[in-house]
Design a protein around this ligand. Structure first.
Ligand SMILES: *Cc1c(COP(=O)(O)O)cnc(C)c1O
Length: 365
């Protein structure tokens, strides 16, 4: 039974999950070696390939997105080669740390927080390297800063430069809110988690995975065990998983994917872009700033620069009284910025209630 004390989540993950999706998790449990499970897996796979706009496979695993960072790094970067990580915020920084923690050699292109990576920067780094990188690792939507990176153009320069470099993308907070087309754009691995723009509870991670990734993985003897993509793919071909998956969450995903497909990908992206424009217009009209560079502002999360210098804890408390759970900024820009997430199933009407609540707060400072 759900309590009545709920505050609507305006934080960038976990996000608000619709009651029907929460309820889908209370379906009777089934065994993961049953035909009922194989049917569920096959159904999910078909729908996931549609939303990932891919003809390859979509990995589904019980983990948060961080798990698939580790999986991507371990399966795609050989010990005697390097990866190029594009770093410009807390999450892209952490993925580079994950690669290093797995013993991988890493070069970094660092930009100031709030800035995007350009294809020119990547091209210059590819040309300067003495041997081709095994992978370029890029965060599509940097949740800490509200920057969306031009992944399509970055992938294009990588692909034009060499066939040896895989393009690995974290779209944890972008996927299903911001346009991304793995096959068309030549993205080898696009990973995401359930609790952001997907609009599910936390606990599931997904990734589109190209044949090139599996070919690379076969050249790496020690891929680890839990995130071994070869094993996961082999089971997946039989509509199964190597170990016990979070079946309840998969029921919820099955239902949520129906809603997403009914809305349509283009409409879903457009709804998010509209919410981005409303939110950024609101901030600028209130003499607040936008942390992300113009032209690279995320459709799913806006980092507002707190140019009026109010106390974000007081703001969050005020908004809590109105039934909204607010973010107070992330990492080293906490307090100097705060983020308004407008992702997953949030509708414009709810966003407008949030912004008018913030207006009431601003009248008090
Ligand atoms: C939230 C987030 C992560 C971490 O995902 P978890 O599911 O919490 O492990 C990684 N990258 C980005 C861009 C994120 O927003």
């Amino acid at each position: 039974m759900r309590s009545d004390k709920h505050k609507i989540l305006v934080i960038p993950g976990p996000v608000e999950v619709r009651p029907e999706i929460l309820d889908a998790q209370t379906e009777w449990m089934i065994g993961h070696r049953s035909t009922a499970f194989a049917d569920l897996f096959a159904r999910l796979q078909e729908k996931l390939k549609k939303v990932f706009l891919t003809d390859s496979r979509v990995i589904v695993i019980g983990a948060s997105g961080t798990g698939l960072w580790e999986g991507a790094s371990r399966n795609c970067i050989r010990d005697d080669r390097k990866a190029l990580h594009l770093v410009g915020g807390a999450f892209s920084e952490r993925w580079a740390e994950v690669s290093k923690a797995n013993g991988k050699q890493v070069d970094v292109i660092a930009v100031d927080w709030g800035r995007a990576h350009t294809p020119e920067m990547v091209e210059a780094a590819l040309k300067a390297a003495d041997q081709p990188y095994d992978a370029v690792c890029v965060v599509h939507n940097e949740t800490s800063t509200g920057v969306i990176n031009p992944v399509r153009d970055i992938a294009a320069v990588v692909r034009a430069h060499t066939d040896e470099t895989l393009v690995l993308v974290d779209s944890v907070s972008g996927f299903l809110g911001a346009e991304i087309r793995p096959d068309e754009w030549g993205l080898d691995f696009v990973l995401t988690s359930s609790q952001k723009a997907f609009g599910l509870p936390p606990g599931l991670a997904f990734a589109s995975c190209s044949d090139r990734v599996l070919a690379r993985a076969r050249q790496i003897p020690y891929r680890g065990y839990y995130f071994d993509l070869i094993e996961i793919d082999a089971s997946g071909q039989k509509n199964n998983t190597p170990s016990t998956p979070p079946i309840s969450l998969m029921f919820a995903a099955d239902k949520q994917l129906d809603a997403i497909l009914a809305e349509g990908m283009e409409s879903r992206w457009a709804r998010h872009t509209a919410m981005r424009d409303i939110t950024s217009g609101w901030a600028l009209n209130r003499d607040l700033g936008l942390f992300a560079q113009e032209g690279y502002r995320s459709p799913t999360v806006t980092a507002v620069t707190n140019t009026r210098g109010f106390d974000v804890d007081t703001m969050a408390k005020f908004m809590g009284g109105k039934g909204f759970s607010m973010d107070k900024g992330y990492g080293k820009i906490k307090g100097k910025t705060f983020r308004i997430a407008h992702m997953a199933d949030m509708q414009v009407t709810v966003l407008e209630e949030i912004l008018s609540g913030l207006d009431e707060f601003l009248a008090t400072v």
